[in-house]
Design a binder for this molecule. Sequence first.
Ligand SMILES: O=C(O)C(=O)C[C@]1(C(=O)O)C=C[C@@H](O)C=C1
Length: 358
Amino acid sequence: MSVRTLPELRGVIDQVDAQILQLLAERGRLAAEVGAVKRAADETNFYYPDRESEILRRVMAENPGPFSAEQIATIFREIISAGLALEEPLQVAYLGPAGTFSQMAAQKHFGRAAVFQPTAGIAEIFRLVDSDQVRFGVVPVENSTEGSVNLSLDLLLDYPLHICGEVQLRIVHNLVGKGSLDAIRRVYVHYQTRAQCRQWLAAHLPQVQLVDVSSNAVAAERAAADAEGGAISTAVAAEAYGLDILAAGIEDNPENTTRFWVIGKISTRSTGNDKTSLVVAAANRPGSLHALLSPLAGAGISLTRIESRPARSAIWEYIFYLDLLGHCQDAAIAPVLDALAQQASFYRCLGSYPRAVF
Ligand SMILES: O=C(O)C(=O)C[C@]1(C(=O)O)C=C[C@@H](O)C=C1
């Protein structure tokens, strides 16, 4: 077999790039045309998470290699994002400042062509979406090590917004600073991060003072201004504040992952690969929660999460957040949810949405 020379290979790559460019231009023109059709039909929403997740799942399944399915999804994510920006620039709020995991999650889900707005807190994300100042928000819901982000769960009940998407992000924490680990006297750390790195901190920095801060990005900012300070933060924030990574991947659980919800005002149709999130309350008497949930089990519906929160109406009473596999309009699910709504003392469907794709 004849081996192609470097100039020959580069020549072929140039030709392939020219073809990719033509195809991208074609796809961009089609997206712009889709936007015009929607506008002509007086549609105000241009973003279809259901359609996007179907496209991403399809290209991952049909991917012939040598790129990984996740690499292919990342590339198509950006292509779709750029196309959507031709239809309408999408405004998305996330928990800032820039450099947080929330920003990474927002970019992972919407691609880089969306217009991202950092907020000072989770409540502001809900306010901005509710008052139509942005179309969507990305809020953290739970971490695989630390559990629920209660504020996000509580706020979902205070606003008439829907969950229209799910993002999962592998969370890698680093000890960042200047100089060496031994010189650090104080570590700036967000409480969720601290909980995810508890064992590492006890083993490697047992004597240092831990200073609470409001985000991983603020942690890096504070450490940069403190000659004896370090932070637990992201590689992006470390670079932004001129800090070095002194220890990488210090999270106690090597699969540490955070789940986020996309909140907005749209509803998505069933894709065959969805989740539904509900809030229910059962009467405060023996067996009532069991009675409420057993029809789900009877119908073979898979409950992926159940979380209780205090009901704010009375002490020692609880509401339950449920996530289940399937869409509320699926034939196998709709009648079961109807029955559940009849029986529960409180019922609200927070939304059905495509499961995180990658
Ligand atoms: O199919 C649509 O409705 C489009 O707007 C096109 C497209 C795409 O690029 O494929 C872009 C944005 C939508 O969120 C979904 C898909």
